[in-house]
Design a protein around this ligand. Structure first.
Ligand code: 5GP
Ligand code: MG
Ligand code: MG
Length: 179
């Protein structure tokens, strides 16, 4: 375990097991479609990379960079498109891949945006869900794990751009924030 990590919430094995399960469900649910899988940078990168390999049907993927978080761990509620998709969502079955839903502001914005752009369907796949943080009424269609209202890092999730490369989800030691 990394020296800055206080506690592991979801282990590498649990993540990979869950991804197989989600991949199986998505394979079944999208077998007659050609979904456009949209990964939200940067946090969803490891999850999306592993998940698409477990979806056994034709798909296309693209990535979008949005931010609602500043540097650190307080949400601003404001969503900004940092990098838009290269692909048109019109008529497509869109599967949004997120690392975590907290306030729900980011996904609420994206779901509305893709509907406005005339997607045929929009579904949400999130590795983690923090329902206690919710500020808007939105719930994911596919969830990996429900986590408590704590700031988590690892497997794509950062604290000031660090820890994204950890293969598990953990909580940092308080002294890391106090430094
Ligand atoms: P929301 O818009 O739902 O409040 O937040 C979504 C984004 O905030 C996530 O995609 C993620 O980038 C960031 N975020 C929310 N909770 C956490 C957390 O516990 N840890 C980290 N590292 N990022 C978080
Ligand atoms: Mg994210
Ligand atoms: Mg972040």
């Amino acid at each position: 375990m990394h020296k800055d990590v206080l506690e592991v919430l979801v282990s590498q094995e649990e993540i990979q097991e869950k991804i197989k399960e989600l991949g199986g469900r998505l394979t079944e649910d999208y077998k007659d479609k050609f979904p456009l899988v949209v990964g939200i940078l940067k946090g969803s990168l490891p999850f999306m990379g592993d998940l698409i390999q477990q979806i056994d049907s034709h798909l296309e993927y693209d990535m979008m960079d949005v931010s609602s978080y500043g540097h650190g761990f307080k949400t601003s509620g404001e969503v900004k498109i940092v990098k838009d998709l290269n692909t048109s969502v019109a008529g497509r079955d869109v599967l949004i891949i997120e690392d975590i839903i907290d306030s729900g502001n980011t996904l609420d914005y994206l779901v509305k945006l893709f509907h406005y752009r005339k997607a045929n369907s929009v579904k949400i796949v999130t590795l983690l869900d923090k329902p206690d943080g919710r500020q808007v009424d939105i719930s994911p269609d596919y969830t990996g794990f429900v986590v408590p209202d704590k700031f988590v890092i690892g497997y794509g999730l950062d604290y000031i751009e660090r820890y994204r490369n950890l293969p598990y989800i953990g909580v940092l030691k308080p002294e890391v924030y106090e430094k």
